[in-house]
Design a protein around this ligand. Structure first.
Ligand code: DC
Length: 200
């Protein structure tokens, strides 16, 4: 059984949570493709060589989830040679036997346009920045909300504005705006969308 759920959207919209929950509910494999770009950015040196040589140890680093790693990922993700080096791995994962959920920026548009379900998970920049800021400790954390919002906007502009595989919703994607939804409500919308297309 080949079945792909493609989840795209900007940073901190809830893609990861929704992706993990959908994968667990249907027993599908899950790939957070942002982690690939984060690992390339963190590796340093020539980004194209880093993408070509990416291995399990690179993905297991414990410093890939920081805001800085996200910015570095967004920068290397604009390099066509980096994207090209990561395409085959993602396509194979998407169409492997047993079902797969991939979340990222170009899954429904470039990596797997044939995905059976496409979701575009979004939220306002203010809401997304507040979520990230709270994850970083809120008032007690090291960064003011305004700085996190500036980084969110900066990353959106780069991810949506790049020439190669820019972030956008596929024409046939279901848009889920999580600005005013609880996690449970957003997950329920995603699960219903998959259930409507998937017959075990
Ligand atoms: O989802 P994330 O925040 O971990 O992604 C980090 C960066 O990687 C994101 O700003 C852009 C890039 N990325 C991409 O270009 N394509 C993907 N499929 C996933 C991530």
């Amino acid at each position: 059984m080949i079945f792909t759920v493609a989840i795209d959207g900007p940073a901190a919209a809830g893609k990861g949570t929704i992706g993990r929950r959908v994968a667990a509910a249907f027993g599908f494999a899950h790939l957070d493709t942002g982690l690939l770009y984060r690992a390339v950015g963190a590796k340093g040196g020539d980004p194209v060589a880093a993408a070509r040589g990416l291995g399990a140890a690179d993905l297991a680093r414990d410093d890939l989830r920081t805001l800085e790693a996200g910015q570095a990922a967004s920068r290397v993700a604009a390099i066509p040679g980096v994207r090209a080096a990561l395409v085959d791995f993602q396509r194979r994962f998407a169409r492997a036997e047993g079902g797969a959920v991939l979340d990222g920026r170009d899954i429904g548009t470039v990596i797997c346009p044939e995905a059976e379900v496409k979701l575009y998970v979004t939220a306002s920049a203010e809401v997304r920045a507040r979520r990230r800021w709270q994850e970083l400790g809120g008032e007690a954390g090291a960064k003011p909300l305004a700085a996190v919002l500036a980084e969110v906007r900066d990353r959106d502009a780069r991810d949506m504005g790049r020439a190669d595989a820019p972030l956008r919703a596929a024409a046939d994607a279901l848009v889920i705006d999580t600005s005013d939804l609880t996690i449970e409500a957003a997950v329920a919308v995603a699960l219903a969308a998959v259930r409507a297309k998937f017959t075990p």
